[in-house]
Design a protein around this ligand. Structure first.
Ligand SMILES: Nc1ncnc2c1ncn2[C@@H]1O[C@H](COP(=O)(O)OP(=O)(O)O)[C@@H](O)[C@H]1O
Ligand SMILES: [Mg+2]
Length: 436
């Protein structure tokens, strides 16, 4: 080891939540200029540990050194001042503002945005430097999820971060975008940044990390292991605590009648640019149709026209009934379930409880909806049953959706949609946030 101090040295960190020991005596170090992966299953305590480093969460015990100096963060502002930037699983951008406005948000300078063009240019220069291509003048709501992620990264770089924490960054990216993202990470390291890469995907960790720390149920099972000479199998074992089978046998499907019939459909995206051109496809019952493409190439728009969330030309029938350009209730009546790409805004209501999110689609039907009233005992019972069945990790069914980890929120949505026994399931990146 050289004499350069560690960029990050977290030692004996313990973090307790009511009923959960999220981090149990955790050690974690980050050397300057390395990519260190933090690997673990959903709920292992990865986000909690890094929220602490980002000043969002105070540890119950333990200490943190940055560049050899002891720190005690009282707020994210303190962490930013120490050069730490975190890109969260759930983005924190203002949809109606531009990229540049979001990047400047909360900064002292400029007090009055007199010459926004000057700042657009600064953002453009920074973006070019790291290959994070995004239009500084675009509004956030017009951007794909992958582009929004670049804005979050630019935001931390603009504030001078040299220690970057990326919480499950690839979860929102299509396979083709991931390679580009990995290049960005490498170019940031080449320019002197140090990176903590949080993931539950072994393959990605193997592809990018210099070292890896594995967490299982709040405890470290591998501390700062070099990636050289550690096998994927061994890592999987450390992660889940047992042997993992990677191959799944899949039998041939038993295919029936046409359920979904899309004919000559065209639609525009949020920017008013054509996103779907004359798309036709059929799906029969028992069939799984995969739609591939880089995010931003029409997949979400296709899902939205089928579920009645976006107008289009052409016709879409489910079980023979036209659902295109109809309210979403028409598609729901035909048994269409939707697992959207944007779980936080479209798929769930963050400020409602798990129970309320689960009954959201069926609250007006028996046994839960009884005329004018909602039977809350029955609703709670259903939520309890689904929480058990889908292993949703939460203190109780009255927990607010926004308090859940990405994977657990996804399980709430899956539970709700699958429990309606849908005839057609439209799933956009359904495995986002779930384990192997
Ligand atoms: N603010 C919180 N309040 C209560 N429990 C929490 C809170 N944040 C996380 N947890 C719990 O702590 C554990 C670790 O969660 P988290 O750090 O999000 O895991 P990971 O990021 O590895 O998926 C989970 O059981 C989670 O439910
Ligand atoms: Mg997490």
């Amino acid at each position: 080891m050289s004499n350069t101090p560690l960029a990050v040295d977290m030692s004996h960190i313990t973090i307790r939540f009511p009923g959960v020991l999220a981090n149990d005596d955790v050690n974690f170090t980050l050397a300057k200029g390395e990519i260190h992966a933090l690997l673990g299953e959903n709920g292992a305590g990865k986000s909690t540990l890094m929220n602490t480093l980002a000043g969002l969460q105070k540890p119950s015990a333990g200490s943190i050194k940055i560049n050899g100096k002891q720190v005690a963060f009282n707020s994210p502002k303190d962490a930013i001042a120490a050069g730490i930037g975190m890109v969260h699983q759930h983005f924190m951008l203002v949809p109606t503002q531009t990229v540049t406005e979001n990047i400047l948000l909360g900064l002292d300078e400029p007090r009055f945005i007199l010459n926004i063009r000057k700042y657009d240019q600064k953002v453009r220069d920074l973006a070019d430097k790291y290959g994070l291509h995004v239009d500084p003048t675009a509004k956030i709501w017009q951007l794909s999820v992958g582009e929004q992620q670049r804005v979050e990264i630019l935001k931390t770089l603009y504030r001078g971060a040299n220690i970057l924490i990326m919480d499950e960054p690839t979860a929102v990216l299509a396979p083709q975008e991931i390679e580009e993202f990995m290049q960005t990470l490498r170019s940031m390291v080449a320019q002197g940044k140090s990176i903590i890469f949080i993931s539950h995907k072994l393959q990605e960790v193997a592809a990018i990390a210099d070292r890896v720390t594995v967490l299982r149920k709040g405890k470290v099972t591998a501390e700062g292991q070099s990636m050289q000479g550690v096998t994927r199998r061994k890592l999987a074992q450390l992660m889940v605590g047992r042997d993992v089978v990677f191959a799944v046998e899949k039998g041939a499907a038993d295919v029936g009648d046409i359920v979904l019939d899309v004919e000559g459909v065209s639609a525009e995206n949020n920017k008013g640019v054509p996103a779907l051109h004359d798309v036709s496809l059929k799906v029969r019952s028992g069939e799984i149709l995969g739609i591939a493409g880089v995010s931003g190439n029409g997949q979400s728009e296709l899902a939205e026209v089928i579920t009645g969330l976006r107008p289009c030309s052409g016709t879409i029938r489910v079980n023979g009934t036209i659902v295109s350009n109809q309210p979403p209730s028409v598609a729901i009546q035909q048994g269409v379930a939707h697992i959207p790409e944007d779980r936080n805004h479209v798929g769930s209501a963050p400020n409602l409880t798990i129970t309320e999110n689960i009954i959201m689609k069926g609250y007006d039907q028996p046994p839960i909806g009884t005329g004018w009233q909602i039977d809350f005992d029955k609703a709670t019972a259903r939520a309890e049953r689904l929480r058990e069945q889908y292993a949703i990790l939460a203190p109780s069914v009255t927990t607010l959706a926004r308090k859940l980890s990405g994977g657990n929120l996804q399980k709430v949505i899956l539970a709700r949609e699958i429990s309606t026994e849908p005839r057609l399931m439209v799933a956009v990146q359904p495995t986002r946030g779930l384990d192997v």
